[in-house]
Design a protein around this ligand. Structure first.
Ligand SMILES: [Ca+2]
Ligand SMILES: [Ca+2]
Length: 378
């Protein structure tokens, strides 16, 4: 083979090589374009799926809120007249001016050292218990609680004092005697209706039950009492920490199911569809506060599970835990319902769970709802 032939073949090979390279590059570019399209498609479909999931979550939360609201209303209708909690709704016109509680200061998230906890415990106001500053986990896993309790999230709280017991008839009487305050139920009710003075109707009398929790008081009434007493209503975060401490327990006393010595809930002594017939707590309706010391919370606070639901400061929102503040949260700016916590003599065991959230109109009242107060340190 001559040099000329060899060079011609070499040129031919180079030409072909260039063509092949061109084809391969074109294939790679093609693949990249197709891959890019597929990737964009999958990102888009993931985004749509995520949107769909959020929509479904929102719908579920709303549906559950409606269902639970309907349950409360249904309960009020179904239960026999002699035990049905009275529900009243009148425009909020408190008898005494109600100032807005001061904003709660930034918490930081460092727990109190032991000597501070001991000191604050020693100087606690009468009838109150110190709940130390620091973080806790608020809320429930989806499998554990209702949608509005999810997700569990870390919340930092300042230290505060909280009443060891629910506010009693005797304490509420001191308030009305001193101020002439008239509750919303009293203003709205005909003579036969239930009021805090006659919690089970005209035949019953709060004077005969001085150590029972006051009931048939609206959120506005409870707030008025708290401010008169130099206290305030607990935020629901404060309430939940006081009830379950920092170990995410299910009930104030721990994770064990309720028994007759731990709490006053709907037991065999009251005939309701959801009564626990195997449980006997010996109380058909309210019990004197402090009747279940074995059911106290980690801080020694009593009746946080059962006896009466307790008004909290915050408005209720079914999605607040997904977006709310983690530092001394005080709930949404506004709403239709206020939180009530802890279950009552009228609730099944689920109501006594420390993370359970129920809600009620702020000007409404019930024979199953009372309250306790908190006080800031310093
Ligand atoms: Ca009971
Ligand atoms: Ca209670």
């Amino acid at each position: 083979m001559g040099d000329g032939d060899w060079q011609a073949r070499r040129r031919d090979q180079v030409m072909k090589g260039t063509q092949y390279t061109g084809i391969i590059v074109a294939i790679i570019i093609g693949l990249l374009l197709v891959g890019g399209l597929i990737y964009r498609g999958s990102v888009e479909s993931r985004r749509r799926a995520e949107e769909k999931r959020r929509e479904l979550d929102r719908a579920r939360i709303e549906e559950e809120a409606e269902r639970r609201k309907a349950e409360v209303e249904e309960v009020a209708e179904e239960v026999a007249e002699e035990v049905a909690p009275a529900v009243s709704a009148v425009p909020a016109e408190p008898s005494i001016p109600i100032p807005t509680p001061p904003p709660i200061a930034d918490a930081g998230c460092q727990s109190d050292p032991p000597h501070v906890i001991a000191q604050r415990g020693k100087v606690a106001p009468a009838g109150m218990v110190y709940v130390p500053k620091g973080p806790f986990i608020m809320g429930s896993q989806a499998a554990e609680g209702h949608h509005d309790e999810t997700p569990p999230h870390r919340v930092c709280l300042s230290g505060f004092y909280i009443d060891k017991h629910e506010v009693t008839n005797a304490q509420f009487k001191e308030f009305t005697d001193a101020t002439g305050y008239v509750t919303e139920a009293e203003k709205a009710a005909p003579a036969s209706d239930r009021t805090w003075r006659h919690p089970s109707g005209p035949e019953s009398n709060a004077d005969d039950m001085p150590n029972h929790p006051v009931v048939c008081v609206s959120w506005n009434d409870a707030n008025a009492y708290a401010l008169w007493a130099g206290k305030r209503l607990p935020t629901e975060a404060e309430w939940e920490k006081a009830a379950r401490g920092t170990d995410s327990r299910r009930y104030p006393w721990g994770n064990a199911a309720p028994t007759g010595t731990l709490t006053n809930i709907a037991d065999k002594s009251i005939e309701l569809a959801w009564s626990n017939a195997s449980l006997n707590d010996n109380h058909r309706m309210t019990s004197p506060v402090g009747s279940f010391p074995a059911g106290k919370s980690p801080y020694g606070i009593e009746d946080m599970g059962g006896n009466v639901w307790e008004w909290c400061f915050d408005w209720w929102s079914g999605t607040y835990y997904q977006t709310g503040a983690s530092n001394n949260p005080t709930g949404p700016e506004n709403g239709e319902f206020k939180l009530i916590r802890g279950g009552s003599w009228f609730s099944g065991a689920d109501g006594a769970r420390a993370a359970q959230r129920m809600h009620f109109r702020p000007n409404g009242s019930s024979a199953a709802i009372g309250f306790r107060c908190v006080k800031d340190i310093g």
